[in-house]
Every structure is written in C-alpha cells, then in structure tokens.
Design a protein around this ligand. Structure first.
Ligand code: PGA
Length: 249
C-alpha cells in the first residue's frame, strides 16, 4: 500500500537562519543527490521565501510556515496565500504545534486557514499531534481525531494536502516516537480517514511523521507501511537532511 504514495520529506526551518546559512543549506540540497522517489519541500521563514525559491530554482518545493485566512487587508504582521504564490511558492504548513501552543491558534482558525489556502491554490501540510499529558492519559486518538475534524470539512481536493502527525512531546526534544508508536498512530489515523472521509482518500493521502527525526532514525521510521515521509525540524538545517530525504532509497 505504501508504494502508491510518493515519499515526502519536508524541512521546517522554523525561525532559524540568515542569508549566509541559507546559502549553505541550498548548497547541500543542490549537491544532494536527492532521491527522485522523494518529494522534497523546505520551509524557510517568510522573509526568505522568495530568496530560497529563487536560489533553489524549482528543484525543491518551498513552503511558508504559516499564513492568514483572507487574501489581504488590515492584518498587521500576517501574510496571505496569494502573497506566498506571488513569490513562486506552492506550499504552506498549517496547524504546526508551535502555532497551536505558543501562538494559541485554535482548531477553528486552522480549519479556516486550510480552506482559504486551498481555495487560493496552495498545497497544505496540515499538522496534528498530542501533548505528553494527553498521550499519558490515553487520549492520543481523541486529540488527533478532534484536530482532524476541524480540517476535514475544509478540504475538497485531498491531492493538495499532506498530513503531518507530530507528537508534541517529540518535537525538538530528541525523544522520537518509536517506529512502532508512530506506525500505530498512522495506521489508526488512516483507518479514521477511510471511515470519515473516504477509503480512496485514506489509501492515497500521505501521512508524515515529525518529531526529532534525524539521519540515524529515519530509515527505521521510514520502513513502516503507514509512514509516508517526515516533517523535519532541527535536522533539516544540517547536511544529514539529505540522508533523511533518501531514507527509503
Ligand atoms: P524537530 O521538529 O525535528 O526539531 O523535532 C519537527 C517539527 O516541528 O516539524
């Protein structure tokens, strides 16, 4: 089943870098070699979207890390999907746990952003994931299904969406979910999508794992049937990102 879904690796640079360090990342991305069997997307801070897009010259996709829910207007500090497209980028990450937990974005707002980004022709990496106390209370599925319920009604064309399951306790902590723990959630999420969206969507949609993925653990995680790639934070700033892109090759 995994074989019909193209492996996808996203690099979320978060609020890191400057032109000099970006030049170094672009250099190792261009040197690769990056497997042709992997779709690769990097996500710089919004200020550098155009610079990265132009430096990469289309060899790798570029995603914004966030956007607002309307095309333009009096929303100081925000950027719109129309602007992201205008500078040549095709993707946006929405619902990242740092947006949810540091900036208190609600499920409802994230759903509205997903709807607007898709309607403007951007592709969406939609993130979900439980906190440590939720996992320990046995609420992982309850939490991620609720997050999914806020996203699902806003998607018409699932070919434009990739889901990233990122347990909050594994993000930036060095504590990766074990391949078995991640596979268990990915499998139940796929079953939930089959039931609540459609079986063909469940079979085709890519579900990425995120949370302390690195060059050392990517092969084991990537060998699981329901793990279709990764959303990588810290390690996406380093040359080992190339290894992660090539985890399946
Ligand atoms: P990390 O971040 O790889 O640094 O844990 C992942 C993410 O937040 O997407």
């Amino acid at each position: 089943m995994a074989s019909q879904r193209k492996f996808f690796v996203g690099g979320n640079w978060k609020m890191n870098g400057n032109k000099q360090s970006i030049d170094e990342i672009v250099k190792f991305l261009k040197a690769g070699p990056l497997s042709e069997n992997t779709e690769v997307v990097v996500s710089p801070p919004s200020l550098y979207l155009e610079y990265v897009q132009q430096s990469l010259g289309g060899s790798v996709g570029v995603a914004a890390q966030n956007c607002y829910k309307v095309p333009k207007g009096a929303f100081t500090g925000e950027i719109s999907p129309a602007m992201i497209k205008d500078v040549g980028c095709q993707w946006v990450i929405l619902g990242h746990s740092e947006r949810r937990n540091v900036f208190e974005e609600s499920d409802e707002l994230i759903g509205q952003k997903v709807a607007h980004a898709l309607s403007e022709g951007l592709k969406v990496i939609a993130c979900i994931g439980e906190k440590l106390e939720e996992r320990e209370a046995g609420k992982t599925e309850e939490v991620i299904f609720k997050q999914m319920l806020a996203i699902v009604p806003n998607v018409k064309d699932w070919s434009q969406v990739v889901i990233a399951y990122e347990p909050v306790w594994a993000i930036g902590t060095g504590k990766t979910a074990s391949p078995e723990q991640a596979q268990e959630v990915h499998q139940s999420l796929r079953a939930w999508i089959a039931k609540n969206v459609a079986p063909d969507v469940a079979a085709a949609v890519r579900i990425l794992y995120g949370g302390s993925v690195n060059g050392g653990n990517c092969k084991d995680l990537g060998s699981k049937p329901d793990i279709d790639g990764f959303l990588v934070g810290g390690a996406s700033l380093k040359p080992e990102f190339v290894q992660i892109v090539n985890a399946r090759s």
